[in-house]
Design a protein around this ligand. Structure first.
Ligand SMILES: [Zn+2]
Length: 319
């Protein structure tokens, strides 16, 4: 399985609850444990400003480029502005675009022997970014931009499975009036963001939900997602539903999160639909826990990629 990553994701944002060092640590851990080989890693090109303009307004992009964000903009984004920050996140959007092109067979890569087209991105999941502003550590919406790029290349029907502990507000808003994109978010209801624009399927969980209830709700929801007949699925495998997360109030264990990943990846694989795995949030008290959760996600993706596919997808959209 190809794994998209750049060492430039370790963006310096000062002392912050968002540990950008987790990306490099996840990469290192995956290599060290032999889950992936160095040759599986692919460095993405940055998203172009034109790519970003498929989702974001020109006014907002100009402010980001020039460092002209107001104090209110910065407070909402919750990141300090720097050219490095903008370039790093633009690169990260490029990573999700690149991973989606690999999964959908639009990017020629050598060494792919799996029939089930799955790719992973050690980054991304910036689901709080709206067209005209960034918020909650998300300057640009990578999955939304990658979706628009796919649509421009003829892959119109897309589903987003967003299992970060926070609602995917930006993504839901962006695709509210696009019937080709199914947005599914399962999140903690009483948590950021306050305003949750309606997605195609939203499940707001009460505080403290454990593994079993979470997995039951997920298993019930996934058929509805696949019934939308996507040609590509983006999975936001947030590590923040974890019981020891500082910004999340759910109670999933590391094993529960692994089962979550297996359920999503197995469902999409069984349907034979290309899948793009992104990492999204993760703010465990100990960064090693966040890294271990992200590593398990990639391990599950790798296992699925190396399994022979049982049958061709029968639910491909054809009209
Ligand atoms: Zn989150």
């Amino acid at each position: 399985m190809k794994v998209v990553y750049s060492p430039r994701y370790g963006i310096d944002i000062g002392q912050h609850v968002f540990p950008t060092a987790k990306y490099g640590a996840t990469r290192d851990g995956l290599i060290k444990t032999g889950v992936i080989a160095a040759g599986d890693l692919v460095e993405p090109p940055p998203a172009t400003w034109d790519d970003l303009a498929l989702v974001h307004t020109s006014d907002y992009l100009a402010k980001m480029r020039l460092g002209a964000l107001s104090p209110e903009d910065l407070a909402q984004l919750e990141l300090p502005w720097s050219a490095e920050m903008v370039d790093g996140f633009r690169l990260m959007v490029g990573g999700t675009i690149h991973a989606s092109q690999i999964a959908c067979g639009l990017e020629k890569v050598s060494g792919l022997n799996s029939e089930f087209r799955i790719s992973s991105h050690l980054g991304g999941g910036l689901h709080h970014a709206f067209p005209n502003h960034g918020e909650g550590f998300c300057p640009f919406n990578d999955v939304a931009v990658a979706t628009r790029v796919l649509q421009a290349r003829g892959i119109e029907r897309v589903a987003v499975v967003d299992l970060d502990v926070h609602h995917g507000n930006g993504t839901a808003f962006i695709f509210e009036s696009d019937p080709r994109v199914f947005t599914f978010s399962m999140h903690q209801q009483f948590n950021y963001p306050m305003w949750k624009p309606r997605g195609s399927l939203d499940i707001g969980l009460t505080d403290g939900v454990h593994d079993a209830a979470y997995l039951v709700a997920l298993e019930r929801a996934l058929p509805t997602v696949m019934d939308s007949a996507p040609q590509c699925v983006f999975y936001l495998a947030g590590a923040d539903p974890y019981e020891d997360d500082q910004l999340g109030g759910l109670n999933l264990t590391r094993e529960g999160l692994r089962q979550r990943d297996r359920l999503v990846i197995g469902t999409v694989a069984a349907a034979g639909v290309p899948l793009v795995v992104t990492l999204a949030g993760g703010y465990a008290r100990k960064m090693e826990d966040t890294v271990a959760i992200h590593m398990a996600t990639i391990e599950e993706a790798t296992a699925a990629a190396s399994k022979p596919r049982k049958h061709e997808g029968t639910k491909r959209y054809s009209g």
